[in-house]
Design a protein around this ligand. Structure first.
Ligand code: OGA
Ligand code: MN
Length: 294
């Protein structure tokens, strides 16, 4: 039996049916999912009641997994395995984080439009997010289609930005909401990394704008001009016609292509538990080759 794909938005978003992510998948199914995500950029699966091991096994069909950055603080006690990003409001004892907890304040940065791990030299290709517990209201995740946004840009803007190189770091993104609580050794590890502004998406041959909250500078441009251009582009690319809002149900898994989409989390009742687990497939190589990086 083969998978079904239903498009949920005029530009992107595929809803996948007829699949059980707890089981190992045959090559035809993995190929069909790869083709579906190349076309639709974001895939939504319902009723997938998987554990972390099953999620990792499914994710590995698409490449090597990222490990989470956690060695920064000696006092940090992770709740999940090193291959799982903890997208929850819980501490290591599964208690809701207090309002002033640094982990909560840092995670608020996920409410800015971003592409995962664009602050890493080798960024993320796919993210896979599985809903384990959801609050009674809010906490949607929004996605924006960066290929459709590129297509809609005026030609003069396309040629202006086509060969730009940006610099990304979490210090820029967290700084936008006034989060500056980094240890010295953290700062040292968070030096900006170069990323191209415009990518060609390999699976579709289409161009996309590679934007993210982590971007804060553009090479060869004065900082206010660079920041203003990034704000303008981000505002353009996240207009309602390019955006889809996913409202979570327990058992949903959403898989997105970070090369050609942005996403952000939305507000929710933070007295309630919101627990989602993410695996992240690395893109394998930098967007700016070594010889151009320095
Ligand atoms: C993520 C992320 C948004 C959300 O998992 O990478 O940004 O809605 N999540 O939690
Ligand atoms: Mn994210």
């Amino acid at each position: 039996m083969s998978i079904t794909v239903k498009q949920l938005h005029p530009y992107f978003m595929g809803e996948i049916g007829n699949i059980d992510l707890r089981q190992p998948l045959d090559k035809d199914t993995v190929d069909a999912l790869s083709a579906a995500i190349d076309q639709h950029a974001v895939l939504v699966f319902h009723d997938q009641f998987i554990d972390d091991e099953q999620q990792q096994a499914f994710s590995r069909n698409f490449g090597d997994l990222e490990t989470t950055v956690r060695a920064y603080r000696k006092d940090f006690v992770p709740r999940l395995d090193v291959h799982m990003a903890d997208i929850s409001n819980l501490d290591e004892n599964n208690r809701v984080l207090p309002a002033n907890d640094r982990r909560r304040l840092n995670a608020l940065g996920n409410r800015l439009w971003h592409s995962d791990s664009s602050f890493k030299r080798v960024p993320a290709r796919f993210s896979l997010l599985s809903a384990r517990v959801i609050p009674s209201w809010g906490g949607e995740t929004q996605f924006a289609d960066m290929r459709a946004a590129w297509d809609a840009l005026p030609d003069r803007m396309k040629s202006r930005i086509e060969n730009m190189i940006c610099e990304h770091t979490q210090i820029f993104s967290r700084g936008k909401i006034g989060f500056t609580d980094w240890a010295e050794e953290e700062r040292a590890k968070m030096a900006p990394v170069p990323q191209v502004m415009v990518r060609t998406h390999p699976g579709s041959g289409r161009k996309s704008i590679y934007l993210s909250s982590h971007a804060g500078r553009i090479r060869g441009m004065e900082e206010p001009e660079a920041r203003m251009l990034l704000l303008d582009l981000s505002e353009f690319a996240t207009q309602p016609q390019f955006v889809y809002t996913h409202t979570w149900k327990i058992g949903d898994l959403v898989m997105w292509d970070n090369r050609c989409t942005m996403h952000r989390a939305r507000e929710y009742d933070e007295t309630q538990v919101r627990d989602l687990h993410r695996t992240t497939v690395s893109d394998g190589r930098p967007t700016v080759p070594e010889e151009l990086a320095a």
